[in-house]
Design a protein around this ligand. Sequence first.
Ligand code: E4P
Length: 220
Amino acid sequence: MKFFLDTADLAEIEEAASWGVLAGVTTNPTLYSRIGGKLSGFHDHLKRICELTDGPVSGETVGLTRDEIVREGEELAALAPNIVVKVPVMPEGLAATKCLYDKGIKVNMTLCFTVPQAIMSARAGAFYVSPFVGRFDDISEDGIEHLANMVAALNNYDFGHSVEVIAASIRSANHVTQAALIGADIATVPFAVLKNIVKHPLTDRGLESFLADWEKVKNS
Ligand code: E4P
């Protein structure tokens, strides 16, 4: 499984990239506003994210009609070669995805919650399909089970182009573990989750005892 960072924070992107684990980024204007960004500066910021990221960067559209989404998608795609246009799964979103596919622009179909939505996204031409895990947990349903169903269903078919599953709305180490066991191609995670999954108390304890032993060996 590859790791994408779900963020607009350049320092977080640089740090994850320095660990050698960053394969891409998903972002949106809301994440940008959380770090103090204004909508007017979002496209310039997205360009900066694309420069820092050796991999696809999904930028979200906000239009609600096919033509608005296609226009925004073309604007986003012009920003950098590694842009992927994030489009919500809905009739107008599917129609826009088909147009963008025909123009050679890659789409990440987002807000996927069901098997039919995931299959229609892939049929319309989405290169990335993003099932949301945590949002199911928010309504006391098992987001991991839904993710497993979508991955299994997509694996049944050849869509004539690459389709990768991005496990999104990932909130915990367990979500990451389960997504990997299910075989999701990618997990897009907030930086706090990425930092957390590097750690384990036994790793910390092992390091402490290694350092203590090393002190003794050095002084002997
Ligand atoms: C990524 O594409 C999604 O926008 C993100 O993972 C959603 O996460 P949330 O449900 O925690 O807001």
